[in-house]
Design a protein around this ligand. Structure first.
Ligand SMILES: NC(=O)c1ccc[n+]([C@@H]2O[C@H](COP(=O)([O-])OP(=O)(O)OC[C@H]3O[C@@H](n4cnc5c(N)ncnc54)[C@H](O)[C@@H]3O)[C@@H](O)[C@H]2O)c1
Ligand SMILES: O=C(O)C[C@H](O)C(=O)O
Length: 312
């Protein structure tokens, strides 16, 4: 096991599921948990620590009740904020979560100068942007989790149509983590076979629709919040790639600086993750229609950022 410290701020549904995954899988030596709900975070730390002992993992889990204890992290995950409820879009969380993000960043930065930060709070791309501006850190160090989740959802819907190929599906989604995300059937395969070889255009269109609506579908069924198992697991893959310097390619939300023709805007693109966070941004050769969809998705994130500039 790595002698590494992971911190999680916001230990609600996603944060606690992630903490449980990391601790019971022995993925770090120390796990620091922080939340505004002080009793709750202590309960989570106790419960997860006891699960860890049952699993014979060596991870030590601690609840931090002040900023001084939350220190020396190699990776920090921010899931602090509110989640949407039925009838809401992720964008409705903008102002509330931007205030929380700014306050969290200001608190954690002084004691964690070497951390790579993974942002999960929504609306995701605008929250990564907020965290980057509040910290003034370089773009390789603050990364948003969404593309792995959206791609996993797309793989799920591909399997639903096919009825075979579970575990062999590679799906690809880029763009912002909002209603205008860009599922890419042309870059998706089943055991290397292109989707268009095994599914009709109608089926593929339906998969694209369901992928874009995947988060809202769960919100509607849950009634009290949003998805957490797939988001937490997707985040754990990013953490593993960073802690173990795996140099793996994942779709993540990053600040663009000329890539795909955009700058000063955050969006989901394939990146290489390693010990330094984002170590490379990969530029796919998109067709015209895919470029248009990506541009629409960028415009939606820009709108949110303009609201933040005006109102915060
Ligand atoms: N990027 C993605 O793909 C993705 C996936 C799932 C959820 N999310 C987002 O992640 C966020 C968390 O979702 P959840 O289901 O875990 O919600 P949740 O309500 O279960 O947990 C949020 C936690 O944040 C805490 N919190 C609030 N303000 C805080 C602060 N200032 N400091 C520390 N902790 C604070 C709350 O007390 C709560 O425990 C939401 O914004 C949600 O929309 C994003
Ligand atoms: O849908 C949400 O609000 C949460 C998250 O962004 C998701 O896609 O599950």
């Amino acid at each position: 096991m790595n002698k590494k410290t992971v911190g999680i701020i916001g230990v609600g549904n996603v944060g606690s599921t992630l903490a449980f995954t990391l601790a019971t899988k022995n993925m770090c030596s120390t796990l620091l948990l922080k939340d505004v709900r002080e009793n709750f975070v202590q309960a989570m730390a106790l419960d997860i620590s006891q699960a860890t002992n049952a699993s014979k993992s060596k991870t030590i889990t601690k609840a931090c009740l002040n900023n001084e204890e939350f220190k020396d992290c190699d990776v920090i995950v921010i899931t602090a904020g509110v989640a949407r409820r039925p009838g809401m879009s992720r964008d409705d969380l903008l102002l509330t979560n931007a205030k929380i993000m700014t306050s969290v960043i200001t608190q954690i930065i002084p004691n964690n100068p070497n951390a790579i930060i993974i942002v999960v709070s929504n609306p995701l791309d605008a929250m990564v942007y907020t965290a980057l501006k509040a910290s003034n850190w370089s773009r390789n160090k603050i990364i948003g989790m969404a593309g792995i989740l959206d791609s996993a959802r797309m793989a799920h819907f591909i399997f639903e149509k096919l009825g075979y190929g579970q575990g062999q599906i590679e799906a690809s989604v880029m763009g912002g983590h909002g209603d205008d995300m860009v599922p890419l059937p042309d870059f998706s395969t089943v055991a290397g076979v292109r989707l268009s070889e095994v599914l009709s255009k109608e089926d593929i269109d339906d998969i694209v629709y369901k992928t874009k609506n995947g988060g809202a579908q769960i919100v509607k069924l849950l009634e009290t919040g949003s998805a957490y198992y797939a988001p937490a697991y997707s985040t754990s893959l990013m953490i593993e790639a960073i802690l173990e310097d795996k140099k793996e390619i994942y779709p993540c939300a990053v600040m663009l600086d000329g890539e795909y023709g955009y700058e000063d805007i955050v969006s989901g693109v394939p990146v290489m993750l390693g010990a330094n966070g984002v170590e490379k941004i990969i530029e796919l050769n998109l067709k015209n229609q895919q470029k248009e969809e990506f541009s629409k998705s960028i415009a939606s994130v820009k709108e949110l950022i303009n609201i933040l500039k005006e109102k915060l």
